[in-house]
Design a protein around this ligand. Structure first.
Ligand SMILES: C[S@@+](CC[C@H](N)C(=O)[O-])C[C@H]1O[C@@H](n2cnc3c(N)ncnc32)[C@H](O)[C@@H]1O
Length: 241
């Protein structure tokens, strides 16, 4: 099953106000306002080449998501972030730049990328860089991330992959987890986006020309690693592993 029921969770015991489309929109507007005076974190971007410096600076107005992600972390102060698909590490570095002292950032890529991660960031005890296929939870060893406050999915940009990922990682989210999805207008990704039954916001115009959206996992289900493992086994079977 891909989707949980989208039941509202006013009573999850935390006193948290459930996200709505309106509150996501307000959040996004605050981030856009903050972006006007934003300065990139130079101490973390020392390894970037000129091309990626341009993307972070958002010179052409097509990749504003890098700054937006940093500001999202500043605003939400998430305790745990999971990134699926890190590539050279630029989005991870942007989120790291605003990460709280007690918070953690887990990044995963199927290839040993992270080429722009400076040595001091690799040694940061708040950061975990994982190499492996994200549909195989064994890549996380004994510490499978769960109850993330923020999940950023940016891997293969296909319906098949994002459905497989969500079938697994939804069971590791908690009510209110903010899920950010890149490239929702690439390939057949739009079908996934259209089916998201939670409060959501398509912010492509402000963030990334290939499509960008966020939704709030406002479901009644709490993290259930056993279900996540079951879904991962199911995906592995489907893929003949
Ligand atoms: C577009 S890049 C990520 C870019 C990065 N998030 C950024 O914004 O700077 C997509 C990455 O997803 C990785 N990827 C693809 N399939 C994956 C999988 N099954 N598990 C983990 N990573 C995967 C690729 O190796 C690639 O590095």
């Amino acid at each position: 099953m891909i989707w949980q029921s989208g039941a509202e969770t006013g009573s999850d015991g935390t006193g948290r106000r459930p996200w709505t489309e309106a509150s996501l929109r307000e959040l996004h507007q605050r981030l856009l306002a903050a972006r006007l005076s934003y300065r990139p974190p130079e101490h973390l971007l020392t390894e970037l080449n000129e091309e990626y410096r341009g993307f972070v600076a958002n010179h052409d107005g097509k990749s504003g998501y890098y700054q937006w992600l940093a500001l999202l972390v500043r605003e939400l102060a998430p305790g745990l972030i999971l990134e699926l698909g890190s590539f050279l590490g630029v989005s991870a570095l942007m989120m790291l730049s605003e990460l709280g002292e007690q918070s953690r950032l887990v990044c995963c890529d199927v290839e040993p990328n992270f080429a722009f991660f400076p040595e001091h960031a690799r040694r940061d005890p708040r950061v975990r860089l994982i190499v492996g296929d994200d549909t195989d939870l064994a890549i996380f060893g004994e510490h499978v991330p769960q109850a993330m406050d923020l999940l950023f999915i940016d891997t293969e940009h296909s319906l098949r992959q994002v459905e497989a990922e969500w079938s697994i990682y939804q069971h590791l989210c908690k009510p209110g987890t903010i899920v950010v999805l890149d490239d929702i207008r690439l390939n057949d990704m739009g079908q996934f986006w259209e089916r998201v039954p939670y409060p959501k916001l398509d912010i492509t115009e402000d963030c990334h020309f290939s499509g960008f959206g966020m939704f709030a996992y406002e479901a009644s289900a709490y993290p259930n690693p056993a279900l996540a493992w079951e879904a991962a086994r199911w995906v592995a079977r489907l893929r003949g592993r």
